[in-house]
Ligand binder design. Structure first.
Ligand code: ZN
Ligand code: MN
Length: 130
């Protein structure tokens, strides 16, 4: 009972760490944040909780090709940009293309349910450095 309570409290704090952040942190970054409140917590526990939360649909897991999972409190469909220079993952203020799904369904025999888009390039911050 105590254990369950503690775990759900940790999970709540993990969600709090993510809330409102637009930098799409990795498990390591969330771990750094959560350790201030739970100094004994392990990276493995943080990682497990993040995965559980994404399975529950309470957060979104982003696998954008750099080998590190990113986490997003914003579960509504939206697109992301990945900076090839610094690795930053940023939101792209673009309405998801519903038509893309329809087009895919037209040429695919199975049931198409969703799609993900990652744009790649150089972020504004990195462009200002050059
Ligand atoms: Zn960058
Ligand atoms: Mn996002």
């Amino acid at each position: 009972m105590m254990k369950t309570l503690k775990y759900s409290r940790q999970r709540e704090s993990i969600k709090d760490c993510l809330a409102g952040r637009t930098d799409h942190p990795t498990a390591d970054m969330v771990y750094t944040c959560i350790r201030r409140q739970f100094p004994q917590i392990s990276l493995g526990t943080v990682y497990r909780n993040l995965n559980l939360l994404s399975e529950l649909g309470e957060i979104q897991k982003l696998t954008c090709g750099d080998g590190k999972d990113r986490f997003d409190w914003n579960t509504s469909p939206h697109y992301h940009f990945v900076c090839r220079n610094c690795g930053a993952v940023l939101d792209v203020a673009l309405e998801p293309f519903g038509e893309l799904l329809i087009k895919a369904q037209e040429v695919f025999e199975g049931q198409v349910e969703s799609h993900t888009v990652f744009f790649y390039g150089c972020c504004q911050k990195c462009m200002n450095l050059t």
